[in-house]
Design a protein around this ligand. Sequence first.
Ligand SMILES: NC(=O)c1ccc[n+]([C@@H]2O[C@H](COP(=O)([O-])OP(=O)(O)OC[C@H]3O[C@@H](n4cnc5c(N)ncnc54)[C@H](OP(=O)(O)O)[C@@H]3O)[C@@H](O)[C@H]2O)c1
Length: 288
Amino acid sequence: MKIIITGAAGLIGSHLTQSFSSSHDVLPLKHSDLDITDSQAVASFLNQERPDLIVNCATIEVDDCERDPELARAIHVEGPRSLARAAASVGGEFIHFSTNYVFDGREEGRAPYTFQDKAHPVNVYGKVKLAGESAVRDACPHTFIIRTSWVYGRGKKTFLSTVYQELLAGRPVRAVADNWANTTYVVDLVSRIGELLPRKRYGTYHVVNQGVCSYSEFALEAGRILHLEDARLTELVQQIEEAETKRPAPRPRYTPMQCLMSDQLGLTPMRHWRSALKDYLMQATDNA
Ligand SMILES: NC(=O)c1ccc[n+]([C@@H]2O[C@H](COP(=O)([O-])OP(=O)(O)OC[C@H]3O[C@@H](n4cnc5c(N)ncnc54)[C@H](OP(=O)(O)O)[C@@H]3O)[C@@H](O)[C@H]2O)c1
């Protein structure tokens, strides 16, 4: 297949590029190569390239969406709509990423959300991601919507991706202890997408590792895998509440997800987050 990936320099885009490149003709587009908010550039570029599949990985961060709702809408609704239209116009398929933040997470301890649960976002990012889902679904009939959650892996400086380095260096970290969601190892996400693509069952998937945790539970588990002693870990991982972070965008509190679509396809359940984290740390260090 000829595959175009937008936002390809990011975490998911770079891993997808690497994975798809072994068996497909992949054209990875960085922000500087194609700005997805430029609808004319999108239409003319894609009409010329005529890909079989477009994968949209372009995004801005949650708090930046809260600061600039107009830009958030351009990147998460209008840009994806142009890309999905372009895919449809050449008879292609479209993959679009969405998020657990489409749910409000108000009910702590609830059963995992499925695609049948009503979305009710609590911040601008969640609202535009939800609107983006409708836009791409309407624009391209051959669309996979992949909702994922708290993705980590090699190549992005985020708390989940780099907390192990802080702990190994003996630097204390502040970790939020009162929000819970599924984490997702990017390698597992990419591998699941590889399984979904050939099945051509278009719809909304929840692709996450099993089990929920908070950032502080994730950090503590990373420390244990790295054989740090409990007393040392208690010193290093400073547990804080979401309210203390004073981040511009409110976060939904409890957003576990489950993938009914993958269950219906008979796919093996995604592994547990502790096992995925162990694998990540084994790859990232020699002593996990
Ligand atoms: N990471 C997560 O935890 C997570 C969780 C749930 C859902 N998702 C979704 O997964 C998708 C990919 O996320 P990610 O974590 O891989 O993102 P990322 O690492 O932040 O990468 C996003 C990329 O998009 C590029 N970009 C920004 N504005 C653009 C524009 N107007 N046109 C083209 N490219 C643009 C950025 O380039 P510059 O930096 O050069 O601007 C960056 O390389 C997004 O849809 C996101 O909402 C991610």
